[in-house]
Design a protein around this ligand. Structure first.
Ligand code: SF4
Length: 108
């Protein structure tokens, strides 16, 4: 098995008309890492929003819910985007929020 270094490419995901490069890294700042292993880092779409070409926001499955959260049956009112009926799963942790309330309207 090859040695994986921080910044190495994990995979390329095509979704929503975009191409996302997922690279290895750490979620925690250097001083708080301890002995955690490198892992694929999915973008923080809260900090840096990214939209599909038709204007829907990308989300991660473990992203905190927004005010438009519509829980799947049997899910409580607290959860993650993964628990929301608007989540369209892409690959792994990546998804697209299909809430009409969250679609970016470019021509209004
Ligand atoms: S999937 Fe969309 S509507 Fe549902 S909680 Fe996440 S951001 Fe909000």
């Amino acid at each position: 098995m090859r040695d994986i270094k921080e910044g190495d490419l994990y995979k390329v995901i095509e979704a929503g008309g975009r191409t996302l490069e997922i690279r290895y890294g750490y979620y925690d700042p250097a001083l708080e890492r301890g002995h955690t292993d490198l892992m694929p880092i999915f973008p923080n779409f809260i900090k840096t929003p990214l939209y599909t070409i038709d204007g829907y926001p990308f989300v991660t499955a473990d992203q905190e819910i927004c005010e438009h959260f519509r829980p799947k049956p049997s899910i409580s009112n607290e959860g993650w985007c993964n628990d929301c009926t608007y989540l369209e799963h892409c690959e792994e942790f990546l998804g697209i929020c299909r809430s009409p309330e969250r679609q970016e309207r470019k021509n209004e």
